[in-house]
Design a protein around this ligand. Structure first.
Ligand code: COS
Length: 389
């Protein structure tokens, strides 16, 4: 019989100390420098400038940028902890690190050293932000049906078309843009490019009026004979769709992290409220119906958090087949966030339906996590394909 060598330190499922310390630093920063503005940012649909300043000053806007390009080379779990903690107080502000990672992950994975040199130092310093442009009006879930074209012209690429629902549209300096280079090859005729905000022929449309995430601009992008240098292609022509999907394998857990953060924020406010609110001569936290709701909310958040960290850790380890766990973590965590924030509003009662308390904003913000970076129906397509192929 084989002898099993147990791990007596029991640290198999514990976060390393540096991650616990990172969370403590973020908790303090977010409570002091981001939370006080969250309601106003939402109410006025304005950019969370205070959050951007605070995250840039502390080096948390794009922690994943590798050391050799001036960044901190933070691992994927650390990136999730940053996003989770910011989202706990202000989901709009958490779009800063989320969009920066989404807009650069393809370059991290497949970009040339020249592109990295052009893009990364400005992200690492906080001077620039990034965006990811895959979706089009008629190509949302069916992303490969995109129509934006890119043609080689001498030693340049010329882009024509438009993209929509682009987070950071108008705020980003660098845009990762997927476009068709060979229409006869379907998904394998799509390439990935980097467009700079000042490139000739590139413009940004008006921002969308959204249900939530009011502090995060979402816009259309237009390319009219937009000319970019030839070296701004990511990888080889025809590999862009795969780069785009591999990117999502790495970034869907960050949406899971955002969802966990929103849910945790709602739970924390709800626990404080039910312990304070009195009806029938006692706090409502003393009613078993309320106790059980709180227990369920916390239980589901904990499960979602573990799945998100597991997905991020597997991406960090360079595991090949990330599709199932990346989609599962995003899908599960976002469904949990929707359920938890809805129940938070319920437990606040009439007060929860007003803008005087943050749970109403959190419920609106949670909804998008079930939709973007692939609807939860698409996540189930990805998961079932991974299981059944
Ligand atoms: N990583 C790398 N390559 C992948 C991949 C992945 N995770 N998933 C699929 N591919 C490859 C396939 O192997 C195929 O290549 P080959 O033809 O060489 O085998 C190619 O990419 C096309 O894949 P597939 O045929 O599965 O593509 P579909 O058009 O059927 O679409 C889905 C696949 C639905 C999964 C994809 O369109 C998707 O994720 N849609 C949602 C998009 C989205 O999340 N949008 C949100 C906006 S981004 S914020």
């Amino acid at each position: 019989m084989a002898h099993w060598q147990g791990n007596s330190s029991f640290d198999v499922f514990a976060l390393p100390d540096e991650h616990t310390e990172l969370r403590a630093v973020l908790r303090d920063l977010c409570e002091k420098q981001i939370a006080p503005y969250a309601a106003e940012v939402d109410e006025d649909s304005r950019y969370p400038d205070e959050a951007l300043t605070a995250l840039n000053a502390a080096g948390f806007s794009a922690m994943h940028i590798p050391d050799e390009y001036g960044g901190q080379g933070a691992d994927a779990v650390a990136a999730c902890i940053v996003i989770e903690e910011v989202a706990r107080v202000c989901a709009s502000s958490s779009m800063i690190p989320i969009a920066n990672k989404l807009g650069t992950q393809g370059i991290v994975l497949r970009g040339s050293d020249e592109i990295k040199q052009q893009v990364f130092p400005s992200l690492a310093s906080g001077e620039a932000m990034a965006a990811y442009a895959l979706s089009e009006r008629e190509a949302g879930s069916d992303a490969a049906a995109m129509r934006t074209r890119a043609r080689a012209d001498g030693d340049a690429w010329v882009l024509d078309g438009s993209k929509c629902w682009i987070t950071n549209g108008g705020r980003a300096t660098w845009y990762t843009v997927m476009a068709v280079t060979d229409p006869d090859k379907g998904a394998n005729g799509i390439s990935s490019f980097v467009v700079h905000k000042d490139d000739e022929g590139f413009t940004v449309g008006p921002t969308e009026r959204k249900m939530g995430l009011h502090g995060s601009p979402t816009a259309e992008l237009y390319f009219e004979k937009c000319r970019i240098p030839g070296d701004r292609i990511i990888g080889e022509p025809g590999t862009g769709f795969k780069t785009a999907l591999t990117t999502l394998d790495h970034t869907r857990p960050t949406i899971g992290a955002q969802a966990v953060g929103i849910a945790q924020g709602a739970l924390d406010h709800t626990i404080a409220y039910v312990k304070d609110r009195k009806q029938f001569g006692k706090t409502i936290s003393q009613f078993q119906g309320v106790e059980f709701m709180i227990a369920d909310m916390a239980m589901k958040i904990e499960a979602a958090r573990l799945m998100v960290y597991s997905a991020a850790a597997r991406a960090e380890r360079g595991e090949e087949k990330l599709g199932f766990i990346a989609s599962a973590s995003k899908c599960f965590a976002s469904d949990v966030a929707m359920e938890v924030t809805t129940n938070a509003v319920q437990l606040f009662g009439g007060a929860g339906y007003t803008r005087d308390f943050p749970v109403e904003r959190m419920m609106r913000d949670a909804k998008i996590t079930q939709i973007y970076e692939g609807t939860n129906q698409i996540q189930r397509v990805v998961m079932s394909r991974a299981l059944l192929r």
